[in-house]
Design a protein around this ligand. Structure first.
Ligand code: SAM
Ligand code: SF4
Length: 324
């Protein structure tokens, strides 16, 4: 429990800050501010952190980044995590570009839930937003759907004037593949310049747009996974759509259940707060598990009540290193 009585049992781990895409809102074109790889936690260090966290009551773990599938030892990490007592759920967030090849091995290794980012189906818009090839991602999503994961979800970051016309095609695509689609408000995570009045597209507007096409039936009980989305079932299409109003939902942080581990081994209690607690130094200075647990507990106690995205928040380091 954190100091506000929230049960924190979900750890999201950025296993690399590297990525093979360049999303407008995440990693600007020409970005070179990579961490040194020697600063990244090794597979053994990540596995040890998971063991310590599981010993404290963390039950759900998600590997993210950067793009986790660019890291060569990902399957090794997952296989080892699966054997740790207390680890109930291993999830993965990916841009999907390498999923066609990796879906089955990931499922075999122990991943139960996969989130795939998909901001547009139109190839030109997708390329403009991410720099990548949407056909690879669609192939990856199809592979994930047939690989037998317990959950596959799609994530779309909303940007006015960029991908709003893609929302409805994405809803139809999600319905066709029987996977939930989550619509996410833009947050000032790496760059603040993308989060302007002009670019910002609130989830409330997306809801109105969908209401013009279909009836939205609230699914307050839908707890699909462990995230903060509010879900609605679209009556005609059968799509399940989740709205992640990180900026406009003033209750967003009330049920927060997570902390993050950065690619370079800092515990980050809140995505929208600069506070980080160094775990890597202890890991590399032969600290015992009790010492590592103590660091975790102090991070837990420092978890703020809510994020500061509405207070002219200025990110100090990229989202890819923190782990989205
Ligand atoms: N590379 C993987 C991917 O794209 O899914 C995992 C890492 S990515 C940082 C995790 C999630 O964060 C993605 O769904 C991405 O769209 C989201 N994200 C990144 N920057 C964001 C921003 N500024 N606002 C909102 N969501 C963002
Ligand atoms: Fe890469 Fe994911 Fe960031 Fe896009 S959102 S640049 S795919 S880490």
């Amino acid at each position: 429990m954190d100091s506000f009585g929230r049960k924190i049992d979900y750890l999201r781990i950025s296993i690399t800050d590297r990525c093979n895409e360049r999303c407008l809102y995440c990693m600007p074109e020409g970005y070179t501010g990579w961490e040194q790889t020697r600063d990244h936690l090794t597979a053994d260090e990540i596995i040890r952190v998971v063991r310590v966290a599981a010993g404290l009551g963390f039950r759900k773990f998600r590997l993210t980044g950067g793009e986790p599938l660019v890291r060569g030892d990902i399957l090794e990490i997952i296989r080892a995590m699966k054997t740790i007592s207390g680890v109930e759920m291993i999830g993965l967030s990916t841009n999907g570009t390498r999923l066609e090849k990796f879906a089955k091995p990931l499922q075999d290794a122990g991943v139960r839930a996969v989130n795939v980012s998909l901001d547009a189906l139109d190839a030109t818009i997708y390329k403009r937003v991410t720099g990548g090839d949407v056909n690879q991602v669609v192939a990856g999503i199809r592979a994930a759907v047939s690989a037998g994961f317990e959950r596959v979800k799609l994530n779309c970051v909303l940007m006015r004037g960029v991908n709003e016309q893609e929302i409805w095609p994405l809803v139809l695509f999600a319905a066709e593949h029987g996977v939930p689609l989550r619509l996410i408000e833009l947050m000032p995570l790496t760059r603040t310049d993308v989060l302007t009045e002009k670019n910002f597209y609130p989830v409330g507007d997306a809801m109105k747009l969908l209401q013009q096409r279909d009836e939205l039936i609230p699914r307050p009980d839908a707890r699909i996974g462990h995230g903060p989305a509010q879900y609605f079932l679209l009556k005609q299409t059968g799509a399940l759509v989740g709205f992640i109003g990180a900026l406009t939902n003033l209750h967003f942080c009330e049920n927060c259940n997570k902390m993050r581990l950065t690619a370079d081994g800092k515990i980050r209690p809140c995505l929208g707060d600069h506070g980080e607690i160094d775990l890597r130094s202890a890991l590399r200075n032969n600290a015992d598990d009790a010492a590592l647990q103590k660091i975790f507990l102090s991070a837990l106690q420092s978890k703020p009540l809510e994020h500061h995205f509405r207070d002219n928040y200025q990110p100090t380091r990229p989202m890819t290193a923190i782990g989205g």
